[in-house]
Design a protein around this ligand. Structure first.
Ligand SMILES: [Zn+2]
Length: 304
């Protein structure tokens, strides 16, 4: 007979699966969700089932070694990764794994989501590094996740997907939403050709806000190069945040405009000319911003 807690977890997992599917974070039978049932048992999604169409009775109950204790179906072959997270994070009660397309694109490209650009992401997830590739269903994947999971609630998995963990199924799911949302915003900013990154001072301020608002995080933020990481473990959330002389790295609107009108133009032309000289086959690549700036300059010169 199942307890009220178990009933609630079954319902919460069904709902998280429905949302993963509805948002396109999983396809076919991908993805898996698990939660701590008690000190000896986990409850998890079955394999070979679309996560968008699960029913509460489909769940599988396993022990912390992955042995099945109850359920008509078998757990996912990615269960060892979940178990590894529970072993390393006593504060975590739920794990969500999915393949959200934009975040997974970053994972495939080998580009971690570690730039300090959005305050909400910095204060909640901190950084989202990439765990090295591990063949699914082997011990490689849990080993890759082990290195980062003590310090992070969300990871990209190289050439695979993403995994999040938190105190409840719903909050672990929300962290997955945040990762995909952040990946989309990062992609758009990079396509637009600009990405203003917070200064270290701003990152420190955001670290202070974490404390002020009691935002739970498994490790402190640390700026580029000051990582306390060792070979096996990473003990802080390493963010790419440049040192800056100014208090705020993102310039005010007037400062940005005067910069674009002033010396920026000369340095842009110099930079492009240097690249033309350096290219052997006469081909150079320009960002959209650089090209429009050059055209605007040329038109202005014609008028003068
Ligand atoms: Zn997967």
């Amino acid at each position: 007979m199942s307890t009220l807690v178990e009933e609630q977890l079954r319902a919460e997992i069904v709902e998280a699966g429905r949302r993963l599917y509805a948002r396109g974070f999983v396809a076919s039978n991908d993805g898996n969700i698990s939660a701590r049932l008690d000190e000896t048992r986990l409850i998890t999604t079955p394999k070979s089932v679309s996560k968008g169409f699960m029913t509460p009775d489909m769940m599988v109950i396993v022990d912390y070694d992955g042995n099945k204790l109850a359920g008509n179906r078998d757990p996912s072959s990615e269960l060892p990764m979940h178990i590894e997270i529970y072993r390393n994070r006593p504060d975590v009660n739920a794990v969500v794994h999915a393949h959200p397309p934009t975040a997974t694109g970053f994972a495939v490209a080998g580009i971690p989501l570690t730039r300090a650009v959005l305050a909400e992401v910095v204060t909640t997830l901190g950084s989202i590094p990439i765990a090295e590739y591990g063949t699914p269903s082997t011990a490689e994947l849990p080993a890759a996740v082990r290195k980062y999971i003590k310090a992070h609630d969300g990871l990209l998995l190289a050439n695979h997907g993403a995994v999040t963990c938190c105190r409840t199924v719903t909050t672990a799911y929300y962290k997955m939403e945040t990762i995909e949302h952040f990946a989309r915003i990062s992609l758009v900013a990079r396509l637009l050709g600009r990405e203003h990154v917070f200064s270290r001072e701003e990152v420190e301020r955001l670290q202070g806000l974490r404390g002020m608002y009691g935002i739970a995080a498994p490790a402190p933020l640390c700026a580029d190069g000051s990582s306390d990481g060792t070979v096996d473990q990473v003990l802080c959330q390493v963010l790419e945040a440049p040192e800056s002389g100014s208090e705020r790295l993102v310039p005010g609107v007037s400062a940005a405009i005067s910069q674009a009108r002033g010396p920026h133009r000369a340095s842009l032309r110099d930079g492009v000319e240097a690249r033309v000289e350096a290219s052997r086959d006469g081909e150079i690549r320009l960002t959209y911003g650089e090209l429009t700036a050059l055209i605007r300059d040329a038109v202005r010169n014609l008028k003068d």
